[in-house]
Design a protein around this ligand. Structure first.
Ligand SMILES: *Cc1c(COP(=O)(O)O)cnc(C)c1O
Length: 413
């Protein structure tokens, strides 16, 4: 596949053009006849004759061969994601974001290797280190995502790779990714980023020096809470290895799901603009509230990580967290229950807003929660996934729910 990083266009134009190969959206006599590639449901691919079967190019992209290698619907999605990731040579699709992380890890790591992981990584990524990877002889070590020296200090002769997540799940810490990647390069490590939060539109991971960029497409690319998929994009050498390993593992995604993701992709830029602006409005409003101790939103000037975000990112999203001033777990539950416009659920990136509690303490091993320097009573966080509703309505909903929280806190006291 061609890394068509047509960066002379803006992101809205790029998501409109990406992956619309005329050959896959038409017939031989009429290439590009329709806008979207049809849903090619195909396990069997047919050869016109034996000569064609014998002449089939060995394992090439974009060639009919057998269903496990996909057909034009999946190829178009992979090609679109490659086009949106500057410097990518190709993209492998996986049935979920977690499957993408596992597929990458099982490509990069060998028994006896050590993997470094930012301490704020998505819990299922951490669980992979404690479970799957350990069972295959890989040791995982976690480090403070805000301290490049801690990463450097954790490297040993067996260290093979680093998995970075930035901003990190729940606490939204922004790492100095170029610095972490530089340390990785100096020690011959493979750098992998879980780029789900920013997507390739908000953080050009490979251009920043990362070797492999993973996304859960379930979130921003899907955008409608009705489909799951993951991706890994890389330069030519890693792309070839990822693709072969995915084939060996029988990794395949359905053409129906690929079509849903292509549909989501076309509006991703405009949705992200809207959710970023709304999240910033909510974050600003929360930062001024007496009930709120900390707002963890990289887009918010003055918030932790804002300077690095402003330096390295070209966009944000609707996902951020805030921490209440004191209170209790029960009072926080009452607040979340009182929200009318925020669903309670573990995902994000959909058109609808969501709220979930943030309790990272039990799942961190290299950093403290609450962080040192905070009033230790300020520990009950809430993560908001801001959707496409009107921000004024969301703010009014938060305002009434904070009233419920104040009552619940006083009743408990
Ligand atoms: C949701 C998520 C994943 C996993 O994606 P699925 O598609 O749900 O498997 C990975 N990383 C991050 C940061 C996520 O938020």
């Amino acid at each position: 596949m061609n890394g068509n990083d047509d960066t002379r266009y803006g992101p809205g134009t790029r998501v409109t053009l990406a992956g619309r190969t005329a050959e896959w959206t038409g017939t031989p006599g009429h290439p590009g006849a329709v806008v979207n590639p049809p849903v090619w449901r195909a396990s069997t691919h047919l050869y016109p004759d034996m000569a064609a079967l014998r002449a089939h190019p060995a394992n090439a992209d974009g060639q009919f061969y057998y269903g496990r290698r996909g057909a034009p619907t999946q190829w178009a999605l992979a090609e679109a994601l490659t086009a949106l990731e500057p410097e990518a040579a190709g993209t492998v699709l996986y049935p979920s974001g977690v499957a993408a992380i596992a597929g990458v890890m099982l490509t990069v790591l060998r028994p006896g290797n050590v993997l470094l992981m930012t301490d704020n990584a998505y819990e299922p990524s951490r669980a992979m280190g404690r479970g799957l990877l350990r069972d295959f002889g890989v040791e995982t070590r976690w480090f403070d995502p805000l301290d490049p020296a801690a990463m450097a200090a954790a490297i040993c002769p067996r260290t093979r790779a680093v998995l970075i997540e930035s901003p990190g799940s729940l606490t939204m810490d922004v790492s100095d990714v170029p610095q972490l990647v530089k340390i990785a390069r100096e020690h011959g490590l493979v750098s992998v980023i879980d780029n789900t939060w920013a997507s390739s539109l908000g953080f050009a991971a490979l251009s920043q020096g990362v070797d492999i960029a993973v996304m859960s497409l379930t979130k921003h690319v899907g955008g409608h809470s009705d489909v799951m998929m993951g991706s890994a994009s890389a330069g030519a050498s890693w792309y070839r290895k990822l693709r072969l390993r995915a084939q060996t593992m029988g990794t395949v995604v359905s053409p129906d799901d690929a079509a849903l993701l292509l549909r989501g992709l076309r509006t991703m830029d405009i949705r992200l603009q809207r959710t970023t602006a709304s999240a910033l409005a909510l974050a600003q409003w929360l930062a001024a509230r007496a009930e709120v101790a900390h707002v963890l939103c990289p887009m918010l000037p003055g918030a932790p990580g804002h300077d690095l975000w402003a330096r390295d990112f070209t966009g944000g999203c609707g996902l951020f967290s805030f921490v209440l001033k004191g209170g209790s777990s029960a009072a926080r539950d009452a607040l979340i229950d009182a929200l009318a416009l925020f669903g309670i659920g573990y995902s994000w990136g959909g058109f609808e807003s969501l709220a979930t509690p943030v309790d990272p303490a039990p799942i961190r091993s290299a950093t403290a929660w609450p962080p040192a320097g905070w009033d230790q009573a300020d520990r009950f966080g809430i993560r908001l996934a801001v959707g496409l509703e009107d921000p004024a309505d969301l703010i009014a909903d938060l305002e009434q729910a904070l009233g419920v929280w104040r009552n619940a806190r006083e009743t408990a006291a």
